[in-house]
Design a protein around this ligand. Structure first.
Ligand code: GP9
Length: 412
C-alpha cells in the first residue's frame, strides 16, 4: 500500500504543478463525445488499397483534428471492457480476466463521475445485451446517469451481432441531443467485430486478392464504420452539437488476426518484428476540438490510459485529486511512458518487447529512431517503472485501494 500511495503522491504533486498552458481549460464547459471503435486499428488510417481510401471520412476529419499517430491500446484478456476501463478510469487492465467482471463493486475515479462533479450529464451507449461484460453493473458503479443498451434502440439496421453502427450513431445522437448540456457521452461501436463478415451490400471496397479472406472482410468492416462516422458528423451538425463538442475517436484493440502476410500485402512492404508489434498495438486517436484548432499529426507516444487526464486538461479540470495513472497528452513536460499489459513499453526513445520467460535481459529493445535492435540496458530504467506501474494498478484494483484512499482523505 505504501508503494502505491507514494507513487500517486508523487504523480498528483506533479499534476498539481501543471495546468498553466494555453490549452488548459481552453474548452471548458464543452460537451465531450468519445467513440470507442471495435477492433479499429491504426494502420488503415490514410491508406489506400487498389486505389481506394479505406477511411475517407477519418482522413478528411484529420484536417481539422489532432491525430495521435502513436496511440496504443493497453488491453488484456478483457478486450473491449479493458479498453473502456483504461480510457475511462485510467488504470491498467488486469493480467487475467476483466476488471468489469471481476471487480465491478470496487471504487474507481472515472471520467463520468469526475465530470458529474462539474455539472455534466453522463451517458453510455452500446447497442448490445446490457449484461455483456457485466456492463449494466459496472456502468452504474462508474457513475453514468444512463446506459443506453440494445433494449433502448430500434433495430432498424440489423447487422453483425446487433444494430449497424450507422443507425447506432444516428439514434445515439438523437438521444443525447435531447439531454441537457454539457454532457459526456461514451459510445461503443460493434459492426467491425470479429469475424467481420458484413453482407455484400455493405462491402464497398474491391479487396482484390484479399476478397473473401478474414483480413479483407476486416478492412471492409472498417470502411463501413468510417462511413458511419461521416454520417454521425452530419447528424451532430444538424443537431447543433458540432461547434460545442470535443469529439474523440479511438480503437479499442487489435483485430485478433496477428497474420503477417495479408498485412504485408495490404501495406505493400515487408514487416519487421518491431513493425508487427507496433501495428498490432496501435489504434488511432483522433481529437476534434470544437473550433477545429490545433489540427495536425502528433507523434508522441500515448495510450488509452491517457484519455481521461487529457480530456480533463482541455476542460480545465484539475486531475490531481484523482487516482488516474495515465499521462496527460497535452502536458509537454511530462515523461511519456506508455506501458502495454504484456509488459512491452515505449518511452519514445526505445521500444521494449519482453521475452516469454519475463527475464528483463532476454527481452528485445529497439531504438525508435533507427528502428534497429539496441543494447537492452538502455531500456532498464523505463522497464523498472513500467513493471512498477502495472503492479501498482493491479494492487489498486484488486485491494480496492481507491476506496481506502478516499476514506482516508475524507477523514483528514
Ligand atoms: C460486445 C462487444 C465485444 O458488447 O463489446 O467485445 P469484445 O469481444 O471485442 O471484447
Amino acid at each position: 500500500t505504501d508503494e502505491v500511495k507514494d507513487w500517486f503522491d508523487e504523480k498528483q504533486k506533479n499534476r498539481a504543478q501543471k495546468g498553466d498552458d494555453a490549452l488548459f481549460g481552453a474548452y471548458k464547459g464543452s460537451n465531450v463525445i468519445a467513440i470507442q471503435g471495435e477492433a479499429f486499428m491504426n494502420f488503415v488510417i490514410g491508406k489506400k488499397f487498389n486505389g481506394q481510401e479505406i477511411t475517407p471520412n477519418i482522413n478528411r476529419l484529420m484536417k481539422s483534428s489532432m491525430y495521435y499517430s502513436q496511440y496504443y491500446h493497453q488491453t488484456g484478456q478483457g478486450r473491449t471492457s479493458d479498453a473502456d476501463m483504461a480510457s475511462n478510469a485510467s488504470l491498467h487492465p488486469l493480467p487475467t480476466g476483466s476488471v468489469f467482471t471481476r471487480y465491478a463493486d470496487h471504487e474507481y475515479d472515472t471520467l463520468p463521475q469526475i465530470l458529474k462533479k462539474q455539472g455534466y450529464g453522463s451517458y453510455v451507449f452500446h447497442a448490445y445485451e446490457p449484461s455483456f461484460w457485466n456492463r449494466s453493473v459496472m456502468y452504474q458503479n462508474m457513475g453514468y446517469d444512463h446506459f443506453y443498451s440494445k433494449d433502448d434502440f430500434t433495430i432498424d439496421e440489423p447487422l453483425g451481432w446487433s444494430l449497424g453502427d450507422k443507425s447506432f450513431f444516428r439514434q445515439s445522437v438523437e438521444k443525447m441531443s435531447a439531454e441537457k448540456q454539457p454532457f459526456y457521452s461514451f459510445l461503443i461501436t460493434l459492426s467491425s467485430h470479429h469475424p467481420f463478415t458484413l453482407p455484400a451490400s455493405v462491402q464497398e471496397l474491391d479487396m482484390g486478392d484479399l476478397t473473401g479472406t478474414t483480413f479483407g472482410d476486416y478492412i471492409q468492416s472498417l470502411h463501413y464504420v468510417d462511413a458511419a462516422l461521416g454520417e454521425m458528423e452530419q447528424d451532430m451538425k444538424k443537431a447543433g452539437l458540432w461547434d460545442n463538442t470535443i469529439l474523440l475517436f479511438y480503437g479499442d484493440h487489435d483485430d485478433s488476426l496477428k497474420d503477417k502476410a495479408p498485412m504485408e500485402e495490404f501495406l505493400g512492404k515487408p514487416l519487421t518484428d518491431l513493425d508487427m508489434e507496433q501495428l498490432m498495438n496501435q489504434v488511432p486517436m483522433l481529437i476534434h476540438l470544437p473550433d477545429g484548432k490545433h489540427a495536425g499529426t502528433y507523434d508522441i507516444p500515448a495510450g488509452q490510459l491517457d484519455m481521461t487526464p487529457s480530456i480533463l486538461h482541455l476542460l480545465g479540470v484539475e486531475a490531481s485529486p484523482y487516482y488516474l495513472m495515465g499521462n496527460d497528452m497535452f502536458d509537454t513536460k511530462e515523461k511519456k511512458l506508455v506501458v502495454l499489459r504484456t509488459g512491452a513499453f515505449t518511452d519514445g526513445k526505445v521500444f521494449y518487447i519482453p521475452s516469454a520467460d519475463g527475464i528483463f535481459e532476454h527481452g528485445t529493445a529497439y531504438d525508435m529512431k533507427t528502428r534497429e535492435e539496441t543494447d537492452v540496458e538502455r531500456a532498464r530504467d523505463s522497464y523498472d517503472e513500467a513493471q512498477k506501474r502495472l503492479n501498482i494498478s493491479d494492487e489498486l484494483i484488486t485491494h480496492d485501494l481507491i476506496r481506502q484512499f478516499h476514506k482516508e482523505k475524507a477523514a483528514q
